[in-house]
Ligand binder design. Structure first.
Ligand code: NDP
Length: 297
């Protein structure tokens, strides 16, 4: 049976380190890292995500500032809010919860965030930095996946990695990180021919698709490490249930290691948001207090 990569346990370790880093920043500079969370509209899933993020921030000692806005807010008002957060020295991280209502331009809002405060890592400058292997803020979900992979593999160099999905928030940055770790990387997507055969070549298989239990045992090379990013709500036996993009019961006997859903990548994503907030705070503070850069991780 596969080794289960426990996202709950691992995220608790990451958050413990974040809390220690927050304490160190407070002691060195008297500053508490601040995370501004902007939530537009009434999307129930977004409300749950924001609630979890705010709770975790509090537990890590990060000051969070919530901005809840009505669904009909104008682009100009949202841009102005982001601008004011950019200029607020007590705010070190800005997160605009996606998706935004249809009348708002997500790309414009993401580009309006100060790249130094872009703790989601979605600003084009951070995207470019990742592609060019330069320092920058890395998207939380792929960052969490890499920490999970490091639990199983000391060195990823030379491994065949297949990422299913090519979104800007998961698939593409995940592939970039695996490439940086010297994997041979293939990105599969909805147009990929014979995707099962492509996946069977993978030593590392990352599924970020949004299709419940799509990946079956015969897609997986025996012993492969399987990271399941998908979060899909389904009904089974009359009950609502969360499942991943991987058919866990089918794949677990074949894989070498596997992440569960729930309790896998999800908690790691939130922990990495906190990690990015502290990284961003230290980088911003080191501009005015050069000594702060010493503790930068
Ligand atoms: P997107 O919808 O933006 O992207 C999905 C990708 O999957 C696309 O590239 C699409 O291909 C590809 N795809 C769709 N259908 C197929 C198919 N049948 N075969 C192969 N590829 C396919 O999703 P996200 O990247 O935003 O999210 C993916 C999943 O991860 C979702 O379930 C989401 O809820 C979850 N998620 C979980 C997070 C966490 O914290 N655990 C964080 C973020 C997302 P194409 O480009 O060709 O259309």
């Amino acid at each position: 049976m596969a080794r289960i990569i426990d996202g709950k346990q691992l995220s608790a370790q990451v958050l413990k380190q974040v809390a220690a880093d927050v304490e160190a920043l407070k002691a060195e500079l008297g500053t508490t890292p601040g995370l501004a969370v902007v939530l537009v509209g009434e999307d129930p899933a977004s409300h749950v995500y924001v609630r979890n993020k705010v709770r975790q921030a509090g537990e890590a000692g990060i000051r969070s500032i919530e901005h809840r806005l009505s669904a009909d807010i104008s682009q100009t008002t949202l841009n102005e809010l982001v601008e004011s957060l950019n200029n607020d020295p007590d705010v070190h991280g800005i997160l605009v919860q996606l998706p935004l209502p249809d009348h708002l331009d997500e790309a414009e809002i993401i580009s309006a965030i100060d790249p130094a405060k872009d703790v989601d890592g979605f600003h084009p400058l951070n995207v470019g930095a990742l592609a060019a292997a330069q320092p920058g803020l890395i998207p939380c979900t792929p960052l969490g996946c890499m920490i999970m992979l490091q639990q199983v593999h000391e060195d990823l160099s030379g491994k065949n990695a297949v990422v299913i999905g090519r979104s800007n928030i998961v698939g593409k940055p995940m592939a970039a990180l695996l490439l940086q770790a010297s994997c041979t990387v293939t990105i599969a997507h909805s147009r990929t021919k014979d995707i099962e055969a492509v996946c069977r070549e993978a030593d590392i298989l990352v599924a970020a698709v949004g299709r419940p239990e799509m990946v079956k045992a015969d897609w997986v090379k025996p012993g492969a490490t399987v990271i399941d990013v998908g979060i899909n709500a389904i009904e089974r036996d009359g009950k609502r249930k969360l499942v991943g993009d991987v058919d866990f019961a089918d794949v677990e006997p074949v894989a070498g290691a596997i992440t569960p859903v729930p309790g896998g990548v999800g908690p790691m994503t939130i922990a990495c948001l906190m990690k990015n907030t502290v990284t961003a705070a230290r980088a911003q503070l080191s501009e005015t207090h050069p000594a702060a850069a010493v503790g930068q991780s």
